[in-house]
Design a protein around this ligand. Structure first.
Ligand code: IMP
Ligand code: MG
Length: 366
């Protein structure tokens, strides 16, 4: 890993050095333009590594913008490298075989800015075209015939989305567009092919819990907090959230019955394990993985409120929006989600999948 980073950085540095140096040479006769170019170019080149390094400490709007601009520079760098290399190759060949018109002495220095402008123009156009092209969704329809009969199925409409590359540049808005387009095709089967996400999805949860932990730290400043995790699902959220709470914190757990092996709420709540701590006069924060009907929590809130805590609030990673069967006030919500049954990150289906490091929608069982 370290060797890879070192090699990547070295290549990155060398390519940028080459482009920067050739650009500066071309602008040698116009010192002002040369200075502006160097400042801009070096600044842009530093953004990507800088954004990456900062992002490993904290993910926020600033680091996202840095990485976004930095990724943009990667494109500038790639096309810039090819263009500058092409110019240099032509000049090299020209040394042996005259292909450029002979120029009087001193002409080279004067043509520098012109060549620079041409190269910069080509690069800018290419990058702009690429950026525009990347936002354009194209639908290609293929009529495929498979010489086999599968049961009663005659035709099958398969919608395939390829190479989404969700990440720094391609966000939820683009994903929504893709999903809308795919749904519009009314497919029987949906496939996502190629590279779906750049980097990892777990960072989103991590960033959200960090943000939540920060709010909790601020809101409870000067107080002791008793975190109450609802077993079993909340164990992962509890562990990761607590790491971002900078307060004197104690832990306790309750276990309540879930839905058994079904994906539908039964509305029946049983306390399987009660708290070990007394909560009278204490600031209690219930930590949940997910709130669905809200029945579990509303029952828990009632039974805990009877014990007269100083305060009682809820923090949940996920909240299924608009389907609560009882009114419930949740102070800290990570992600509002749809009504689908989800698994992973502590959430189970029939006891399984809790270990997945991400949250995924449970598909039909096959
Ligand atoms: P509620 O009482 O309907 O709000 O359900 C709360 C509990 O049901 C959660 O703590 C989970 O254990 C479980 N649950 C609700 N929705 C899901 C889901 O989509 N996947 C996994 N477990 C769920
Ligand atoms: Mg639960």
């Amino acid at each position: 890993m370290l060797a890879f980073v070192a090699i990547a950085l070295a290549v990155y540095g060398l390519v940028n050095f080459y482009i920067g140096r050739r650009g500066a040479q071309a602008l040698a006769s116009v010192p002002a333009a040369r200075a502006i170019f160097l400042v801009l170019f070096i600044g842009l080149a530093l953004l990507f590594p800088l954004g990456r390094i900062l992002m490993s400490y904290a993910r926020n709007g600033l680091t996202s913008i840095l990485v976004e601009l930095g990724t943009f520079h990667l494109a500038v760098m790639l096309y810039g490298f090819m263009a500058v290399l092409a110019v240099d190759l032509v000049r090299l060949i020209n040394v042996f075989v005259r292909i450029l018109p002979a120029s009087p002495a001193g002409e080279g220095a004067r043509s520098g800015p012109t060549v620079f402008a041409a190269v910069a123009g080509v690069v800018a156009l290419t990058v702009a075209y690429g950026a525009w092209n990347a936002t354009r969704l194209r639908t290609v329809e293929l009529d495929l015939h498979v010489p086999a009969k599968a049961g009663a199925v005659d035709t099958l409409a398969v919608a395939v989305a390829s190479d989404l590359h969700l990440g720094a540049l391609v966000g939820p808005r683009r994903l929504e567009k893709v999903v809308d387009r795919m749904n519009g095709l009314e497919p029987d089967v949906v496939l996502f092919a190629g590279d779906i996400v750049d980097e990892t999805v777990t960072e989103e949860i991590e960033a959200k819990l960090a943000e939540m932990g920060k709010r909790i730290t601020e809101d409870y400043e000067g107080k002791d907090v008793l975190l109450v995790g609802v077993l079993r699902g909340a164990f992962m959220v509890m562990a990761d959230l607590a790491r971002h709470i900078d307060l004197p914190v104690e832990f306790d757990f309750m276990a309540v019955s879930s839905y058994g092996a079904s994906t539908q709420t039964s509305g029946v709540v049983r306390i399987l394990k009660d708290l070990d701590e007394e909560i009278a006069g204490r600031h209690v924060l219930i930590v949940e993985d997910i709130i669905d009907s809200g029945l579990t929590l509303s029952y828990l809130m009632k039974s805990l409120n009877v014990r007269k805590p100083a305060s009682l609030e809820i923090a949940t990673l996920l909240l299924k929006e608009g389907i609560q069967r009882v009114p419930i006030e949740v102070k800290y919500v990570g992600f509002p989600i749809g009504p689908e049954f989800v698994v992973g990150y502590g959430l189970d289906y029939a006891g399984k999948y809790r270990n997945l490091p991400y949250v995924g929608v449970m598909g039909a069982e096959t």
